[in-house]
Design a protein around this ligand. Structure first.
Ligand code: ADP
Ligand code: MG
Length: 287
């Protein structure tokens, strides 16, 4: 490998918004056989908005007051929705986030739970009445969260995120380059499948807990494949680090950028197939 052609290659990539941390990563990118993409903030814009809320005013007020304590994008969407509606938020006495499941809060005499089926199940909340609604939201690609107050189901809130404009084209190009494309998310299976279908991905690994993403990357490596991981979140960092090539979304968190081998500016997904092509061209020059 000639150092000069690699230097030229990384320079040219940088001019295009593909920031390799070192020449060795550019050299190895052409070997990739599989690519795993996180859903929220990677395939989607990561700016979810509330599309539906079903429940009474008190439930909405307690829901938003509880979510004020969370930094999750889903929580931000809920708080923004109530700000628009001029609903006054209450002080929270106790709050805890349950990673991959939701949140739990105490406000005066009310105990509030907001999250997915698993959270409701773990607290023995009967959600039978909401099941069909939940399925309908998920089939639409929305993330739906259930609300329980003092042990009883009280409402449901649905949030939708927009797919990035170039996601479909980028995934098509990756497939044309011969890569196996996989989506990885903490979200539920039905929502994940709906988004995957919209962008042309047929392999989905859903309901993965934040701490388990790296293990999923490892599983694919154990099949003997060279794999890239693309992500933006704090919870993607260990997976980005363990992947053969970790690709961070430039608009993502600092932690993800630090853990990755390459960063794509502006989160433009078309830069990923371009990086692979540039790596191939560089290798060809060397040989
Ligand atoms: P993602 O991979 O999409 O970032 P997470 O692992 O952070 O997903 O969360 C998985 C699921 O846990 C969410 O889809 C949601 O159902 C639930 N959840 C997480 N955080 C919250 C929250 N602040 N409020 C309600 N539900 C939440
Ligand atoms: Mg993400």
């Amino acid at each position: 490998a000639t150092p000069t052609s690699i230097m030229v290659g990384t320079g040219r990539a940088a001019e295009n918004g593909i920031l390799f941390k070192g020449g060795e990563h550019l050299e190895r990118t052409h070997e990739l056989e599989a690519i795993i993409l996180d859903k929220t903030g990677t395939i989607t814009k990561g700016k979810p908005e509330v599309t539906e809320f079903e429940g009474d005013q008190e439930t909405l007020q307690l829901l938003a007051s509880a979510e004020k304590g969370s930094e999750h994008p889903l929580a931000e969407a809920i708080v923004a929705y109530t700000t628009e509606k001029d609903i006054e938020l209450k002080d929270v006495d106790d709050f805890s986030a349950i990673p991959g499941h939701g949140i739990e809060a105490t406000i005066s005499t009310s105990h509030i739970l907001v999250g997915n089926r698993k959270l409701m199940h773990d607290h023995q909340i009967d959600i039978e009445i909401a099941e069909q609604q939940l399925v309908d939201f998920e089939t639409d690609g929305k993330t739906a969260m259930l609300i329980a107050i003092n042990g009883e189901y009280r409402g449901i809130v649905a949030v939708a995120d927009t797919i990035k404009d170039t996601a479909i084209d980028a995934i098509k190009e990756l497939k044309e380059l011969g890569l196996e494309v996989i989506m990885l998310t903490g979200d539920n299976e039905r929502t994940a499948n709906s988004i995957a279908k919209q962008v042309g991905i047929d392999q989905v690994i859903a309901q993965v807990l934040p701490g388990e993403k790296a293990e999923k990357v490892k599983e694919i490596q154990l099949q003997g494949k060279k794999v890239a991981m693309v992500g933006d979140g704090v919870n993607d960092a260990p997976a980005l680090a363990i992947a053969d090539i970790g690709i961070a979304i430039g608009t993502g968190t600092e932690v993800a950028i630090e853990a990755a081998d390459v960063t794509i500016l502006g989160g433009e997904l078309l830069l990923i197939p371009q990086a692979i092509k540039m790596s191939k061209a560089t290798i060809k020059n060397i040989r």
